[in-house]
Design a protein. Structure first.
Length: 320
């Protein structure tokens, strides 16, 4: 058992309390390789922002859990070396079983998500409670989820049953003991969140209703990439084929960050930025074959993206 405290990481409790008070959200950026991690840490140090490093189970398989843990520990030292020791959380994204959450906690994660959102209500409560009881023994914070995020094939506007039901949140939070709650209000994962012709709009009215039922409780928004159109155009200009990719408008996320939303998850925008930069090098310098010559520009573009998010979307700059 490795405690996250020995690695210099923190859990999310104090960060969320401050974010709630200050009307901003903590960025939760996914990583599975070195360039992403370098970009996240450099961006967050330069903007003096706390950060949640997210690892999905797919990322864990891709990069190896031991390496990821040492990378997170390295990130703590890297931030210090860059001159500003920001608070860093290592968080399991979309944990789907008690065993996975337990394993991550034993490997030095300071926070886990148990995603029982696809389960019947009572089963979601039982699974989440079990993870909370285990995690809290080690001062690890837990995120639960109520409501299912619509997939791209679903018509978000019509699928009301996928939204979080405000009347359930108080009971869920009380009975599970979670530290934060992910909700479904019209965001979705990936780069195709709305269909062309659909109004890209999240249900801030449901968020408000949820806030009324559990005042001061930290809310999490998944699926919060904005799919910047200039980046999509760049991908397509350099040979990509991304059609009709639409994300969540940044102003809506800024509004949400000013409310009880304390954590905003962004992964796809980073994937798009990296892809655009790499495609550009491949087209403009077809003789280039040193990975540093295309991963370097990808890292630079990622860093700019994360700085922009921290300052203009999450409002987390100067909060570390
Ligand atoms: O919510 C999902 C995250 O974007 C992680 O995606 O499972 O492909 O690593 P992944
Ligand atoms: P995006 O696909 O919108 O970036 O969402 C990421 C996410 O929710 C990770 O849990
Ligand atoms: Zn997610």
């Amino acid at each position: 058992m490795i405690s996250y405290k020995e690695l210099g990481l923190v859990n999310s409790r104090d960060l969320f309390a401050k974010a709630m008070q200050g009307g901003y959200a903590i960025p939760a950026y996914n990583f599975n390789n070195m360039e992403q991690l370098q970009a996240i840490i450099a961006a967050c140090v330069e903007t003096k922002s706390p950060v949640i490093l997210q690892v999905s189970s797919g990322a864990r398989k891709y990069a190896n859990q031991t390496l990821l843990r040492f990378m997170a520990q390295g990130a703590v030292e890297y931030a210090k070396e860059l001159g500003y020791p920001i608070p860093i959380v290592l968080h399991l994204d979309h944990g789907d079983s008690f065993e996975l959450c337990k394993n991550c906690i034993e490997f030095g994660f300071s926070s886990v998500m148990i995603d029982g959102s696809h389960l019947p209500y009572e089963e979601n409560i039982a699974l989440t409670r079990r993870v909370v009881d285990y995690a809290h023994q080690f001062d690890v914070t837990v995120e639960g989820e109520l409501g299912v995020l619509a997939g791209v094939e679903d018509d978000v506007k019509a699928e009301h049953h996928t939204y979080t039901q405000p009347e359930e949140v108080e009971d869920f939070v009380k009975r599970t003991g979670v530290d934060s709650l992910a909700i479904s209000i019209g965001t979705s994962h990936g780069a195709f969140k709305f269909k062309p012709g659909q109004k890209p709009e999240i249900r801030l009215d449901i968020l408000k209703e949820i806030e009324k039922r559990i005042p001061g409780f930290p809310i999490v928004l998944h699926g919060s990439s904005s799919v910047p159109q200039d980046i999509v155009e760049e991908i397509n200009r350099y040979g990509g084929k991304m059609k009709d990719s639409i994300g969540i408008p940044e102003e809506q996320l800024r509004k949400a960050a000013g409310s009880a939303v304390c954590k905003i998850n962004i992964d796809s925008d980073g994937r798009l930025a990296m892809t655009a930069a790499i495609r550009k090098v491949f087209v403009e310098k077809p003789d280039e074959f040193d990975p540093r010559k295309y991963l370097g520009p990808a890292r630079d573009k990622l860093k700019e993206l994360y700085k922009h998010k921290n300052i203009n979307v999450l409002g987390s700059d100067n909060k570390a």
